[in-house]
Structures are given as C-alpha cells and as structure tokens.
Write a protein that binds this ligand. Structure first.
Ligand code: TYM
Length: 381
C-alpha cells in the first residue's frame, strides 16, 4: 500500500451468478483503478448469508466470483482481492458499529424493505443490520472512495453517517468515504421490466444477462427485451426499455448516449437490439475464456487467496485495534490472522489452558518467532 495513494474499497455478494448489471455498474469500473489508488475488493460472503444458501452451491459461487474478478481484469498482484469471511475483523467491527447505528436509520433502507418483501419467511436480524456490516467493510480499510452502482448509495450514506458519529465521539478514527459512480451504467435495468434494476435473483431468466451466458443466449435475451411502440431510438425517460439498451451499448462501446442515438438514427428496434446483443457478447467472450482458464488453475487461485487474505487482515486489524482502544475494550495481544499453509498443525491440549497455548502460538507467529513458539508449547505440554 502506497502512503501517497488514496484507498478504494468495494465488493460483491457471493450469491448466484454475476449479472451484466454487476459488471457494468461495478466490476468493469474497478479495472485499472490500482494505477492511481490502493485497491481492495472483497468477496462479501458474510453478507450473502442474510439469504438462505445451499452450502455446496454457495462455496462454488464464492470461488467462481474470485475467478470472475480476476478474469474481468483485476490482478490479484496489483489489488487486494480477498474473502470477507477470512478476515474476522469484519464481523467484529460490524458488531461494534451495530451499537452506533440507530434502528430508525436501518428502517429507512429500501434494500431491507425489498428483500423482506421477497423473503417474507426469513426476515432475519442480519438482513436488518446488513448496512452496519457493510460500513465495517469500508471503514476497516480507511477507504476514501467506494465504487458501486446507484442501488448502494443509501448504504454508503449510512456508512458515512455512522463513521461521522463515531469520529465525533472518539476523534478521527475513520476516513469518511465518498461514493464513486459510473456514468451511464450506474443502474442497469431488467430487460423485461425496465423500471426495475437487473438483478441476479430475478425469476424471469430473460430479464437478466449473466456473465457466463454464451453468445446465442445473450443475443436471444436482447432480442426479447421489452421496448415500446414508439419505433424511435431516443434517450429519454418515457422510453425506459430503449434508454436501458442505449446505456448498456454506451457502457460497452464507451460511446456517449448521444453518439449511440446518432449511430442508430432511422434504424429499427430489431437492428438496434441485435447490435447491443453482439456488442455485449463480444465483451463477455474473452472474459469467459479467462474465467475458465483461471478456475482450472487451482494452485494459482489458492496461492492468491492466501496471500491476499493476509494482506487484508493486516490492514483490517490495524483499524480494529484502534477502535478497541478508543471504545475502551480491554487490551488484547492476539488479533486473528489467517493461518499460513506451512504452519505446523500442532495438537492443542484439551486441558483448561489449551486456549492460552493456541493463543501464544499465533501471537508469536505474527512476529515470525517460530522457534520460541515451538519451545513454549513444548514446555506447557
Ligand atoms: P451486490 O452484490 O448486490 O452488487 C455488487 C455491485 O454491483 C452493483 N449492481 C448494479 N449496478 C448497476 N446496475 C445493476 N442492475 C446492478 N446490480 C448490482 C451494485 O451496486 C454493487 O456495486 N452491499 C453490496 C456488497 C457490499 C459492498 C460492501 C459493496 C458489501 N460490503 C462494501 C461496497 C463496499 C451489494 O449487495 O452488492
């Protein structure tokens, strides 16, 4: 991490397949940011637990998401790409921030209202306090900027409010983050109901383009996209279906909406839909090829995950330690760290002092004093 660069933080839930909305609203905008910023991108698997998951499928999706990040162009050597659940500081700070977040604030969150309506049989406390955990994600890394789609604006506002509240009590502990939004693609809408955002949980499969959809599927879905009877390719709110297609084409080709309108002047909706489908399929093809290659390279993925988890944990623990001090929690020597693969798997004695032995092993490991650790354990056994 460079001292001179500002820090960027973002992430995605590890649920289901990513959509074109996730890609154009977030992932695509993250690529190359590392040139100007220190960048961290999390796989927000703890957030995914707010909705019931099938464990095997969940594990697979979380792994695929790492590969998709990398395939989209995020280098795990240039960015810190890690799993939220591998850095326990997230859950810990999440709890502390729960205690600084008002129920009145959480009650206003539109995502909570939407998700509660969708999962009426499982309106759990995690769904409710979701934004406090999200605030913890961002604040742990002292992020200056958070690149997200427009649907996350409200959560980000809450994060800023909670950080300011905390700072006003304890001094400057957290950096107050700003949102960072793409222009045309901040909200990619459903292809079937263009008043609604494109979402991976949509039951209508034609509404959503998945990043793993093949060319024929992509083109078929765009051909079926709902438009209107105006027969006029114009960029205006009264034609939400066409406006959405213009936004998508614009984001993929990097042309402005005005340039797109000009390009298709006098053309029919059929031609336009076909062109959007072709452009999106060409954007996704190389990404899909890289994605398949990366998933096959198990050792590389495992190595990257381990290294990056550690980098994230070091940064997160620095902030967590500061927060503990500020709020007056009793000093502690041990901040959890993801274990290294080569770490000797020593049996922890079942006696009462087992926890202490394990604690000293890890605490001294952080300082890389392996010899001392082994001796100390032998003595205590
Ligand atoms: P998630 O997983 O729902 O979405 C990940 C990112 O994709 C963007 N996005 C969209 N952008 C444009 N159009 C769409 N149709 C669309 N659908 C999704 C989202 O805005 C988001 O940027 N709460 C977050 C995950 C999270 C997070 C964080 C993000 C947890 N902690 C800390 C940033 C920082 C979420 O549910 O994203």
């Amino acid at each position: 991490m460079s001292e001179e660069k500002k820090t960027i933080y973002s992430g995605m839930q590890a649920t289901g397949n990513l959509t074109l909305g996730n890609y154009l609203g977030a992932l695509k905008n993250w690529v190359n940011l590392h040139q100007d910023y220190n960048c961290l991108f999390g796989i927000m698997d703890l957030h995914s637990l707010t909705v019931r998951q099938d464990p095997a499928a969940f594990k697979k999706h979380a792994r695929s998401l790492y590969a998709l990040y990398v395939a989209a162009g995020l280098s795990p050597e240039e960015n810190i790409i890690y799993y939220q659940s591998h850095v326990p500081a997230h859950a810990e700070l999440g709890w502390i921030l729960d205690c600084f977040t008002y129920m009145g604030e959480l009650n206003r969150m539109t995502q909570f209202k939407d998700k509660s309506a969708k999962h009426a049989d499982n309106i759990n406390a995690g769904l409710y306090t979701y934004p406090a955990l999200m605030a913890a994600d961002i604040l742990l890394y002292q992020a200056d900027l958070v690149p997200v789609g427009a649907d996350q604006k409200q959560h980000l506002e809450l994060c800023r409010d909670v950080a300011q509240r905390f700072n006003s009590i304890y001094g400057d502990v957290f950096t107050i983050p700003d949102g960072y939004f793409g222009k045309t693609s901040a909200k990619v809408m459903s292809l079937q109901e263009p008043e609604k955002k494109m979402s991976k949980s949509d039951e209508n499969l034609n509404a959503t383009i998945l990043l793993t959809d093949d060319k024929d599927t992509v083109i078929r879905k765009f051909k079926r996209a709902v438009t209107d009877s105006e027969a006029n390719i114009a960029y205006r709110d009264e034609q939400p279906g066409i406006k959405n297609l213009i936004n998508i084409y614009s984001a993929v080709t990097e042309k402005t909406p005005e340039e797109v309108v000009k390009e298709f002047e006098g053309k029919g909706y059929g031609d336009f839909k076909m062109a959007v489908g072709e452009a999106v399929a060409s954007e996704l093809a190389p990404l899909q090829e890289r994605y398949n290659d990366i998933l096959k390279n198990k050792d590389y993925l495992d190595q990257m995950i381990r290294t990056n988890d550690e980098k994230a944990a070091i940064l997160a623990n620095k902030t967590l330690r500061k927060v503990h001090k500020k709020v007056g929690l009793t000093d502690r020597v041990y901040y959890p760290f993801p274990p290294k693969k080569e770490e000797p798997k020593e049996e922890v004695p079942a006696a009462d002092d087992g926890a202490y032995v394990q604690m000293s092993l890890t605490a001294t490991k952080i300082k890389d004093k392996d010899t001392i650790t082994v001796k100390e354990n032998k003595k205590r056994k």
